[in-house]
Design a protein around this ligand. Sequence first.
Ligand code: GSH
Length: 233
Amino acid sequence: MTSDKLTFYTNKGCPYAQRVAIALKALNLPHDHVEIDLDNKPEWYPKINPETKVPALAINDTILTESLVIAEYLLEQYPSTLYPTTPLARAQTRFFITLFTDKVNAKTGALQWSGVFGPALDDLKKDQLVKELFAGVRQVNSWLSANSGAGPFATGEKPGFADVALGPFLLRLPVFTAITGVEIPEGVEYDRFHQWVRAVQEWDAAKDTFPGVEVIVGRVQEKIAKVKTAQAQ
Ligand SMILES: N[C@@H](CCC(=O)N[C@@H](CS)C(=O)NCC(=O)O)C(=O)O
């Protein structure tokens, strides 16, 4: 429990904001929820976050922004089994978060948002990125096999910091497949990765803060259509 007043500025579709939502839920922290319409942001929002992005978290009168910073603050401030107990374990977890972000998330993002947020990729570049993505997943699979015993979570039997940070992106892999048609392969080099995805999909704190694959696919398609229409004008 906390005596601090927590106010969470979020948008339910945002994976970064979901990191904080997962932490708040898993730690059972009471808070006020302020949903920000990203297509029509309130005129007062820059006072909360000058970047006008979600998430932001007010702790009494102090405002934190950047999802990883907020999530880690919460895990550190409110002790639980989620936060690694030694500096070395924390460093290893941060390494894994970076590995996944660079080798997997950056690739799925570039493919899913080709021509929308990033440059439009030709087929050759897409094929190259798919190869890099699969290689990245195999690297993540190796790290999991070497560092988390039998799993099923990123750093062991129970969910932890890495699952809070990366869970939103694992939940959105079916969205990525629906939009791009690219599916992560099966097989021994990918088994531990899929086991991790399934564990996060069944974890209450992740499940209960996710609007669902269809809802997110709909939002992504809407966004793509909107940007393409604007580009055509
Ligand atoms: N690095 C930021 C990224 C947050 C972010 O990109 N949020 C998006 C929604 S998913 C946003 O607020 N976009 C609104 C905008 O860019 O105007 C974090 O981790 O908190």
